[in-house]
Design a binder for this molecule. Structure first.
Ligand SMILES: NC(=O)c1ccc[n+]([C@@H]2O[C@H](COP(=O)([O-])OP(=O)(O)OC[C@H]3O[C@@H](n4cnc5c(N)ncnc54)[C@H](O)[C@@H]3O)[C@@H](O)[C@H]2O)c1
Ligand SMILES: O=c1ccn([C@@H]2O[C@H](COP(=O)(O)OP(=O)(O)O[C@H]3O[C@H](CO)[C@H](O)[C@H](O)[C@H]3O)[C@@H](O)[C@H]2O)c(=O)[nH]1
Length: 330
């Protein structure tokens, strides 16, 4: 049984590929390296450089490699970019996910794990937000992922096909063993940007909006360590194989931190003041999103190992220092 991991050279994908390899699973990665890195995965894992929209390539990989499951990370991930260029997001995230699902159905691949997002909730009325509230994304990015979830549910009703849609909240940190991390150039994620600002890779970090309806006026998010998230994928795949039932689950810790609390954690971990400026709200940003997490604990028996903001920041910072010496963005 071989697992096809799309987007496996990216941030979350590479952590999951390492987690699968650590358990002796056989993995093939399909990645077009638009934002990923070939060195981010274990050397023994097969990498096919190509696009998830390439039906001929997909048929060839699935039939020649004996694929029984697909974990689908490939996609475009920047919320404000999706506001500016929505059709690019619907193409890469929605249309091409449909192509990948069609290849799965055509070739009898019955297990499909999908990277969904808390962005499907928009500005939820209930916090922590459970999975079964009405979904009202506020960005094309969130809509592109919701549309994929809808396609997955319909496909599972029509075919021998089951899926896990994992709705990630804010993913951060890096492999505790230092084998991979978030390497994207020009990343927009708060903890990575703050670490870059600390190391002088950026001149400053700007707080986007101080007038939100939150305790300190800045956006609140549920930050989850990427290694715990990778483990959730391993468990979700086990769930699909063992129970043959689909699952939609939030992936977070069930508690929120504001932007200012995150910046304070970075200052605590580094022992240095950050160069902080304050600016307007960013396009497409929600005020507050925190996960309700009963379901993932109950269905997957998930036991997070790294639920601590300072640990997340520490691992992110250690990786950022490695990136400086690797000089990957030359
Ligand atoms: N990072 C987060 O906080 C977060 C939160 C929620 C959901 N997600 C979702 O998780 C998934 C992975 O995100 P990430 O942070 O690892 O991003 P990333 O940009 O590091 O990884 C995406 C990977 O997909 C590849 N890719 C993109 N389009 C492709 C295509 N058409 N064909 C083949 N490969 C393609 C890229 O080269 C890259 O390796 C995405 O689907 C994203 O929407 C991420
Ligand atoms: O330089 C920065 C970067 C971020 N922020 C703030 O920090 C919070 C977190 O922002 P991130 O960019 O780190 O993450 P988002 O919450 O915007 O989005 C992330 O989580 C979403 C789900 O909620 C999506 O899945 C998306 O892919 C993923 O990037 C937000 O309040 C944002 O306004 C800043 O103030 N300054």
């Amino acid at each position: 049984m071989t697992i096809l991991v799309t987007g496996g050279c990216g941030y979350i994908g590479s952590h999951t590929v390492w987690a699968l390899a650590d358990r002796g699973e056989t993995v093939v990665v399909l990645d077009n390296l638009s934002t990923g890195f070939d060195w981010a995965i274990p050397p023994e894992v097969t990498l096919v450089r190509g696009d998830i929209g390439d039906a001929t390539l997909l048929d060839r990989i699935i039939t020649t490699q004996g694929i029984d499951a697909i974990i689908h990370f490939a996609g475009s991930i920047i919320v404000p970019e999706s506001v500016v260029d929505p059709l690019a997001y619907y193409y890469n995230n929605t249309v091409k996910s449909r192509d990948l699902m069609a290849a799965a159905v055509r070739n009898g691949v019955e297990n499909f794990v999908f990277s969904s997002t808390a962005a499907v909730y928009g500005n939820p009325e209930v916090i922590p937000v459970p999975e079964d509230v009405p979904l009202r994304p506020v960005s094309p990015y969130g809509s592109s992922k919701l549309m994929t979830e809808i396609m997955l549910a319909d496909t599972a009703r029509a075919h021998d096909f089951r899926y896990a849609a994992l709705r990630y909240f804010n993913v951060a940190g890096a492999d505790p063993k230092g084998r991979t991390g978030q390497s994207t150039k020009g990343a927009t994620h708060l903890i990575k940007v703050a670490c870059e600002a600390h190391l002088g890779v950026r001149s400053e970090i700007q707080v986007f909006g101080t007038d939100y309806d939150t305790p300190d006026g800045t956006g609140v998010r549920d930050y989850i360590h990427v290694a715990d998230l990778a483990e959730a994928h391993v468990l979700a795949l086990g769930h699909l194989r063992a129970t043959e039932t689909s699952l939609v689950a939030n992936c977070g810790y069930g508690r929120g931190f504001s932007v200012l609390e995150v910046l304070a954690a970075v200052e605590r971990v580094t022992g240095a003041k950050l160069p902080v400026t304050y600016g307007p709200r960013r396009l497409g940003d929600a005020s507050s999103i925190v996960a309700r997490v009963d379901r993932i604990h109950e269905k997957l028996d998930w036991h997070p190992q790294w639920d601590d903001l300072d640990t997340i920041v520490g691992h992110a910072l250690a990786w950022e220092k490695q990136l400086l010496t690797k000089n990957v963005h030359r």
